[in-house]
Design a protein around this ligand. Structure first.
Ligand code: GLU
Length: 481
């Protein structure tokens, strides 16, 4: 049975690269009826934190990637690692190393300077210590354990085929640090083996680690799992995606108003394709279609524009009720929301959803449905006026106000008839007053249909805003036409 894992280190938030790796593992497991486990690789005690563990868990849950086992914590498995390290020590495959980080760095610096090239590897100083020297160090220092690399490493990668590395290119790597904790490479191999992992699907940047891990599998006489090294996610300049390209943390995407469905759909397509030009797919559809054979070998560019487009498509497809639920964290503390109530918000949603690509845009686009405009986009409006598309005469707006006051009932058709009637009566094009009215009601020059906006705002609110505009804003505008 397929058993895969995602093994994030809680030294930072969940990066989109790790999120994609998690997704591919999840898809592979679900497609084949296998298991997906979560393992927290917190061997670097100083750099790991509970807060980041929570962020990782929250990110995976937000994406809907539910795991079948775990989370396992490597920090709780120390004894297991020590026990297995001891076996290698007994077999003479590892040796104690007393060098401090500073000593190693200094030797590396000096050698690289002398040879004028980078690429120093551990010089095996501690492998050649005399019994006396060892004894002396033993009294003074804590020791790490280093694995003795005596052979080349080679493995068959699912995507890349055979990958080899000569023994000269692999240093004697540490398996247990001087603080007694296992290193990533050692803990990873033990856990993958003991947890019965069948496929290790992870980023291509781990290939150098895999070479070391292969040597450990061989040392224990264990069958390694199948390795699948995914191509990296790239920024628009085709370098590895990083902070300087924009947001890289999953929760940042959530907070910016992306829907998890869209985010997951987008990530799935970063390196995999179901064939044809299908793009919008539910998680269940993706699970059904997913196969490692259709994962590409080349890095995929993270195209934020495409993600935004996709998000917009998901928003359009979503029911208004569901959208209301998803919008809640973005609007719950905004003024007017509570007073207006769900029914009112749903009417606004129906009007705005075609225009939104992010949940966070709801408030930007439609705050005027809840509170009078806080700001008026005078610059855009002035342009309209200068192009002769709007005019600013007070009397004309006042005519509309008076006409509204006469109305007993108010809906979009009545509002429209009324405004057009006023324009006709004055012998001008309706657009000339529609623009200033829109500007007065919303503070903006664009948006959904004016009469739909009016219907939602209601007659009295429209009158109030128009009166305020005529009294307070219009005199400040100072535009002639
Ligand atoms: N802890 C490693 C990381 O976060 C896991 C790599 C692996 O999947 O083995 O990159």
């Amino acid at each position: 049975m397929v058993k895969v894992r995602i093994a994030p280190s809680p030294t930072g938030f969940l990066h989109v690269g790790t999120a994609r790796t998690a997704l591919y593992n999840f898809l592979f497991a679900r497609n084949g009826g296998g298991k997906f486990i979560l393992r927290i690789e917190d061997t670097d005690i100083e750099r790991s934190s509970d807060e980041m563990v929570n962020v990782i868990i929250e990110s995976l849950k937000w994406m809907g990637l539910h795991w079948d086992e775990g989370p396992y914590f490597q920090s709780e498995r120390r004894d297991i690692y020590v026990e297995y390290a001891d076996k290698l020590l007994q077999a003479g495959l590892v040796y104690p190393c007393y060098c401090t980080k500073e000593e190693i760095e200094e030797r590396k610096r000096v050698t690289e300077k002398k040879k004028k090239k980078k690429g120093w590897k551990y010089d095996r100083r501690c492998l050649h210590l005399t019994r006396e020297e060892k004894k002396q160090f033993e009294r003074e220092r804590a020791s790490a354990l280093r694995f003795r690399v005596e052979r080349a490493s080679s493995f068959e990668d699912f995507l890349h085929g055979k990958i080899e590395r000569s023994k000269e290119d692999i240093e004697d790597f540490v398996i247990i640090k001087s603080d007694g904790m296992a290193t990533y490479n050692f803990a990873c191999v033990l856990d993958d083996h003991l947890m019965g992992i069948t496929h290790v699907i992870r980023g291509e940047d781990h290939i150098p680690n895999t070479h070391k891990q292969i040597l450990l599998y061989e040392a224990f006489g264990w069958m390694p799992p199948e390795f699948v090294h995914l191509p990296l996610i790239l920024g628009p300049d085709r370098s590895k995606l990083s902070k300087r390209h924009g947001a890289v943390s999953v929760l940042e995407y959530r907070d910016r108003g992306f829907l998890p469905e869209a985010f997951v759909n987008f990530l799935a397509l970063l390196g995999w394709s179901p064939g044809g030009d299908r793009e919008i797919m539910s998680l269940d559809e993706i699970i059904g279609l997913f196969s490692l054979e259709r994962v590409g070998k080349r890095g995929a560019v993270f195209d934020t524009k495409k993600l935004e487009w996709m998000n917009g498509e998901y928003i359009k497809k979503m029911s208004d009720g569901e959208l209301l639920r998803r919008l809640s964290p973005f609007i719950e503390n905004k003024p007017g929301i509570e007073e207006k109530g769900d029914e009112y918000i749903l009417r606004v949603i129906a009007l705005l959803k075609e225009r939104m690509t992010l949940l966070s845009q709801f408030w930007e686009l439609g705050s005027y449905f809840f509170i009078p405009p806080e700001q008026y986009d005078i610059e855009s409006f002035t342009k309209y006026v200068k192009k002769g598309r709007a005019e600013t005469r007070k009397e004309r707006i006042e005519k509309v106000i008076n006409a509204f006051k006469e109305l007993k009932k108010f809906d979009r058709d009545m509002a429209e008839n009324c405004v057009r009637g006023v324009a006709e009566g004055m012998g001008i094009k309706a657009a000339l007053i529609i623009h200033p009215i829109r500007f007065a009601l919303t503070g903006k020059t664009g948006g959904p249909g004016l009469f739909e906006i009016m219907e939602i705002l209601g007659r009295d609110e429209c009158i109030k805003r128009l009166e305020y505009f005529v009294e307070n804003i219009l005199p400040q505008l100072n535009i002639k036409n």
